[in-house]
Design a protein around this ligand. Structure first.
Ligand SMILES: Nc1ncnc2c1ncn2[C@@H]1O[C@H](COP(=O)(O)OP(=O)(O)OP(=O)(O)O)[C@@H](O)[C@H]1O
Ligand SMILES: [Mg+2]
Length: 249
């Protein structure tokens, strides 16, 4: 099986505190995997290290056979990584289409073009692509609608569409169902299954175990920055170390 992501023995400390320790993970291309663990375990930090928000102290990160360990974040996007954030990071005062087009903008080939103006011209190729993606995932709102007027569940799906504009081979989603009701999280689940069946690998951080059990085939559990379990989600809940991590000894 082709590996899309290989994280080899990474470490990260903040102010002398080892937040990630000796962490390794290898993802099969096309897989759906959940990274879970108690609050503060280091899950978002792992995403920040993969996407290049922070440099790692030790170890290496390989994506699509390319060592990206020392690449800045904006270059990693071109190697196939896109992400959503723990709290929605859409621009609330901009329209749906403007927000989605920003995802394409992250493909900028260098630091200067990252800041070139976005072209919202009628019928531009990017705009057409954005509209097609919104259609494809059943997001039937006027593209000019201001994002902050929309229900949270819809905003979350728009955030995922924005990430897809970068044509990622690996999609990182940080607590995608947080704040969603059951109907909204079912809609998101449908959308993510569709993305997965198009071949995109999905790694998500999630506290909602119903969602995890239904969506992923593989789970990694983190506690105090270390991997304490890797395997099927249902067995994770029976694992002694995992139970202790959540419930205390
Ligand atoms: N930029 C930073 N500077 C200092 N400490 C940080 C930084 N980012 C994260 N930490 C610390 O690293 C640890 C792990 O945080 P992280 O946000 O990765 O946890 P998490 O597993 O995502 O938790 P949650 O489930 O609450 O989102 C915490 O102790 C946090 O305070
Ligand atoms: Mg987090």
């Amino acid at each position: 099986m082709k590996k899309i992501l290989k994280i080899n023995d990474i470490y990260k400390n903040f102010g002398g505190i080892e937040v990630i320790k000796n962490f390794s993970l290898s993802l099969d291309s096309g897989s759906k995997v959940a990274l879970i663990g108690p609050n503060g375990a280091g899950k978002t930090t792992i995403f920040n290290l993969i996407s290049g928000v922070y440099p790692i102290d030790k170890g290496s990160i390989i994506i699509n056979d390319k060592d990206i360990t020392s690449l800045p974040a904006y270059k990693r996007i071109r190697f196939g990584i896109a992400r959503s954030f723990q709290n929605i990071r859409l621009m609330p005062h901009l329209s749906v289409i403007e927000n989605v087009l920003m995802g394409q903008h992250t493909l900028a080939s260098n630091f200067a073009t990252l800041f070139r103006p976005i072209h919202f011209g009628e019928g531009s190729k990017d705009k057409l692509e954005a509209k097609n993606l919104l259609d494809k995932f059943g997001i039937n709102v006027p593209p000019e609608e201001i994002v902050s007027n929309l229900p949270y569940g819809l905003q979350k799906r728009i955030e995922v569409v924005r990430a897809l504009m970068a044509k990622p081979s690996l999609l990182l989603l940080d607590e995608p169902t947080a704040g969603l009701n059951k109907e909204e999280s079912d809609q998101l689940s449908l959308m993510l299954n569709q993305i997965s069946s198009d071949g995109t690998t999905i790694l998500l951080v999630e506290h909602n175990m119903r969602f995890v059990n239904n969506f992923v085939e593989h789970t990694v559990v983190l506690n105090f920055g270390e991997k304490i379990y890797e395997g099927p989600p249902l067995l994770a809940q029976k694992d002694k170390q995992v139970r202790e991590a959540y419930l205390g000894k």
